[in-house]
Each structure stands twice: as C-alpha cells, then as structure tokens.
Write a protein that binds this ligand. Structure first.
Ligand code: ATP
Ligand code: ZN
Length: 287
C-alpha cells in the first residue's frame, strides 16, 4: 500500500523521551514537535509516532495499536507480553538492583530470606528470588520505592539504579544487580509484510547510526619508512587510505577505529612515529 505507515510508540515524557526523539532525528526522520499530542507523523518517512507511558508500550505493541516501540528492557521483561526484542538502542542504560540499608551486612542473597522487599518490579524480583531459592515478602509499590526502608515499610528494595545517588541520599547501599537494562526496539510478532519492510528500512538507519557512534575517523601523518608498521596497527573498514603529503617522504593515513580499541591503538600509532593525529566523529556508517 502506498500510504502504509509504521506505528512507533515512544515514552511521552521521562528518561527515555529525549533520547528516543534524538535517535529518530539521527536517522533523518523529521518529527514536527507534537509531544503534547497523543500522536504525530514524520514529514519525510512513513512513520507515525505515539507518545505513551513506558509501562503501556509492550501491551500496545502486542495489541498492534503500535507496530514497534522504544522501551527499557526492564519493562519488556517485567510485562512479559508477546513482543520480540529486535535491537538494543544504546541509551537508557540502568540496572535493576537490590539495595539494603547502609550498615546492614549483605553477604549474599540469603540475607533476603524472610525479609520484606519493596519494588515496582514484582515479576523480575520473584523470578530472581525463586532462582536463588529465597522466600521473601514482596511489597509492590509504584513509585518512590527508595523511601520504603526509611519509613519502615520494607527491609530492602529492588529498584532501577544508574548513578546510585538516589540510593545514597536515602541511606541505602546497592548490594546485588539482578538485571542490566537499556532501551530496546520491540516489535509485534506478526507484522504485515509491508510494515516489516518499513521496519527493515528503519533498522538499516538505526544500525548505521549506532555503528557510527561506536567508531571514529582517524587521520594522521606518517614518515614513509614507518608506513608498513603504522598500517599494520590499523584495522580500518577495508584498508586505510594513504595519500602523499606535499612534504617529500611523508604520507597522510586515514582510517576508522572502533571506540573500544581506540585509546590503545592511538598510543601505539604515536609510538610508531605517527604525528598530527586527528580524530573525527562519524555521523553515519554503512558497511
Ligand atoms: P512513565 O510516566 O512513562 O511511566 P516512569 O516514571 O515509569 O515514566 P522513567 O523514570 O522516565 O519512567 O524511566 C523510564 C525508563 O528509563 C526506565 O524504565 C528505565 O528503562 C530507564 N532508566 C534509565 N536510568 C534509570 C534510572 N536511574 N531510574 C529509572 N529508570 C531509568
Ligand atoms: Zn513508567
């Protein structure tokens, strides 16, 4: 169908909203600001964006109200809906952790035996306790879980943590990570073929953006007698580009380095005689 649109659900407001909008923008998808509305359309890609509470996104995707969604893995696993996780998106990173009162000695999950634990994640917590063979009382609360021990509602909590400062301010210490989470793209399990094709198109862009973020473009000058040694250090996409400099006996070498090997290789390049090393961000990367 010509005017077929892919329906995407993202968080209306909160920790995932801005990064979700930013990712669409980086994919070249122009969304006129419609955040006060329930939904909006892109002007240059066949996509409709729905703004929803993050907790509702898996259900809407299961029910085909939306075809796909951007939502935290923590919510996907807690809600346990019939949706598939397609891709990790690299933002919204956090962990679901058990925290106890600072000063309490936590030697392992046995500590939780017979205790009261407050959480907004009863399903994930129950699963964890079962795995560890622990019987504990789960108190489900929907917000401000971190205050529960302080007001005598619970002995421990199970909540999302990123920096740990909220726990610290409430006199709690993180004792166990039960899940590492980030935002993911989920899809309905039975997308019609036309929507699946649109999703493939979107995925192509998302992967190009993600790959670019994990890589840097590197330019450096090298004396020709050191070229073999320097080129051997560079992985590159294929092989590095080597161009002669105006100065006799020198070349300019261009290559791509991934973020996780970046500092090690730069150091080795320098030791091998590379000079004037420039590192440039990459906007999109298609290989
Ligand atoms: P909504 O109104 O949409 O229900 P919310 O209050 O449930 O919002 P937020 O606090 O905005 O949700 O968190 C949304 C998601 O952001 C979480 O489900 C999680 O995946 C991610 N996240 C990243 N870091 C944190 C953190 N430190 N605390 C809570 N969530 C985090
Ligand atoms: Zn929520």
């Amino acid at each position: 169908m010509q005017n077929e649109k892919l329906k995407l659900a993202i968080q209306k407001s909160g920790r995932l909203h801005d990064d979700s909008m930013k990712l669409l923008k980086e994919c070249g998808i122009d969304i006129t600001n419609g955040v006060n509305k329930l939904k909006t359309e892109a002007s240059n890609f066949p996509i409709e964006v729905f703004f929803l509470r993050d907790d509702d996104i898996p259900q809407y995707v299961e029910d085909t109200v939306a075809d796909i969604g951007f939502v935290g893995e923590n919510v996907v696993f807690e809600k346990n809906k019939k949706v598939s996780v397609v891709e990790k998106l690299g933002f919204g990173k956090c962990r679901l952790s058990i925290a106890v009162k600072k000063g309490d000695v936590y030697a392992g999950p046995e500590y939780l035996q017979g205790k009261k634990i407050a959480t907004s994640y009863p399903v994930l917590l129950q699963k964890y306790l079962q795995q560890k063979n622990i019987q504990a009382e789960i108190h489900e609360i929907s917000g401000s879980v971190e205050i529960a021990p302080g007001i005598g509602l619970a002995d421990a909590i199970c909540d999302l943590v990123s920096s740990g400062s909220t726990l610290f301010m409430n006199g709690l210490a993180e004792s166990e990570v039960i899940l590492n989470s980030q935002a993911v793209l989920i899809q309905n399990e039975q997308l019609p073929i036309t929507r699946q094709q649109l999703l493939n198109k979107l995925m192509f862009r998302i992967q190009a953006v993600k790959k670019a973020k994990n890589n840097k473009y590197v330019l450096l000058n090298a004396p020709n007698h050191k070229l073999t040694e320097i080129i051997a250090l560079l992985p590159g996409m294929k092989s590095p580009t080597v161009l002669p400099l105006a100065e006799e006996g020198w070349s300019s070498v261009h290559s791509v380095l991934s973020e996780n090997q970046f500092w090690d290789i730069i150091e080795q390049l320098k030791n091998a005689g590379a000079q004037g090393i420039l590192v440039v961000p990459i906007e999109k990367m298609i290989i």
